[in-house]
Design a protein around this ligand. Structure first.
Ligand SMILES: Nc1ncnc2c1ncn2[C@@H]1O[C@H](COP(=O)(O)OP(=O)(O)OP(=O)(O)O)[C@@H](O)[C@H]1O
Ligand SMILES: [Mg+2]
Length: 385
């Protein structure tokens, strides 16, 4: 079984949207898929999946049942969905303490999930860097990180990966070893590990604890997370991924592959309010096609041996993302033209939109003039730039 955890530093970037739609796309490619809501503090994946799953009368509710009932197994909590081959495991808002799992409970969940019988298991995780989220993410070496092109979102994606690297190092060393102590002392500092420069930390570790240093390097070399950039507005947005990649390489010694891009699509709002996953609601939309493209990439690498995964494809993966961004942008324009031709969008609607944009532009021009006038006044009053 291939486990695909989906995480992000910042919330609201499209993890649940990707998880639900990717699960359906893989199921439509004749793969058996288990989709799991592991956003244990804020489960809402069932809403993205729609009201299509059948709630077996009186059956166990979801992940929480694994903790509440020691005889419960992963096979007891899967619910069939209307999509052939897709099983859903709900999050569970009713089991107390689920958002702050004890390590033993977390281990039990991870062990149970690992025993499910599917080709793929997709995990929708909560945003942020809690140990729960990091440990679910690290169930595999090739988890997906979702970000949008905004600076806060990419910085948070970077910090998420930094925390994951730190967690891998921590897991690779016994707590009482010199290396374990070194990490523990960093973690308990008031600034935490925010300012920690990972290559320097590795150097220190090599001096303090050479055996564990070697083990850390080995574990880190297997870590190959993949990036999905969502909510693009413009082909240029895909360049933000390159910056994130450079930061990961330089400061974390980590090679981040690019798995795909997805544009913002207004149809998603309509799909959500109709309680339908967009891939079901509008399979031909640019967003649905972008999800199918991601599914195709996963399927085409099914036979790759993860242990010997070569980072050689990283460069091409960014070029590919940039080309995808260009072609999807063109597809979006074609789509508006199609709407016009079929009458779904009237010329009147389009004129209205252009008028609104002109009003917005005029407003921005006025604000710009105001700022210029202020600047000129300030300079006249003797400020030097
Ligand atoms: N490409 C897109 N186009 C249009 N809307 C989108 C797109 N991606 C996500 N959205 C919308 O953005 C909102 C947030 O998406 P989603 O709930 O999937 O994010 P999330 O990362 O799971 O959030 P959280 O961290 O709260 O769990 C939703 O309303 C979703 O419909
Ligand atoms: Mg979510």
């Amino acid at each position: 079984m291939r486990v695909i955890p989906i995480a992000s530093g910042k919330g609201g970037v499209g993890k649940s949207l990707l998880a639900a739609n990717l699960a359906i796309a893989l199921a439509k490619n004749d793969r058996s898929v288990t989709l799991v809501d592991l956003d244990l503090g804020g489960s809402n994946l069932h809403l993205v999946l729609g009201e299509t799953m059948s709630y077996g009368g009186g059956g166990p509710a979801g992940i929480g049942s694994l903790i509440a009932d020691s005889s419960c197994t992963v096979n007891d909590i899967g619910r069939p969905t209307e999509y052939e081959g897709l099983t859903f495991i709900a999050g569970d808002g009713e089991t107390p303490g689920l958002a702050n799992l004890q390590s033993s409970a977390k281990r039990r969940i991870i062990r149970q999930l690992g025993q499910a019988d599917s080709d793929y298991m997709i995990l929708d995780l909560g945003a942020g860097t809690s140990f729960n989220t990091l440990d679910f993410f690290l169930m595999t070496s090739q988890g997906l990180v979702v970000t949008t092109p905004t600076p806060t979102s990419t910085v948070n994606a970077y910090l998420f990966l930094k925390n994951a690297v730190f967690r891998i190092m921590q897991n690779a060393m016994p707590r009482k070893s010199p290396g374990g102590q070194l990490l523990e002392s960093l973690r308990s500092e008031p600034t935490g590990m925010r300012g920690t420069y990972i290559p320097r930390l590795l150097d220190e570790l090599e001096k303090a604890d050479p055996d564990n240093h070697a083990r850390c390097l080995e574990h880190l070399s297997r870590f190959r997370p993949r990036l999905v950039m969502n909510m693009l507005e413009d082909p240029k947005d895909s360049e933000k991924a390159g910056k994130l990649r450079r930061s990961c390489r330089q400061y974390l010694g980590l090679e981040l592959n690019h798995l795909g891009i997805m544009y913002r699509d207004d149809l998603q709002d309509v799909a959500l309010s109709s309680r339908l996953p967009i891939i079901h609601y509008k399979p031909q939309s640019v967003l649905s096609q972008a999800v199918y493209r991601i599914a195709d990439k996963l399927i085409s690498t099914e036979t790759d041996d993860t242990e010997n995964f070569e980072p050689a494809g990283a460069e091409e993966s960014y070029q590919e993302a940039s080309m995808e961004a260009d072609s999807d942008f063109a597809a979006r324009t074609d789509y508006v033209e199609d709407l016009l031709h079929t009458g779904a969008l009237s010329t009147g609607d389009l004129i209205e939109t252009v008028k609104m944009q002109q009003i917005e532009l005029n407003q921005m021009r006025k604000e710009n003039n105001l700022l210029k006038a202020k600047l000129v006044r300030a300079i006249k009053q003797g400020y030097t730039l």
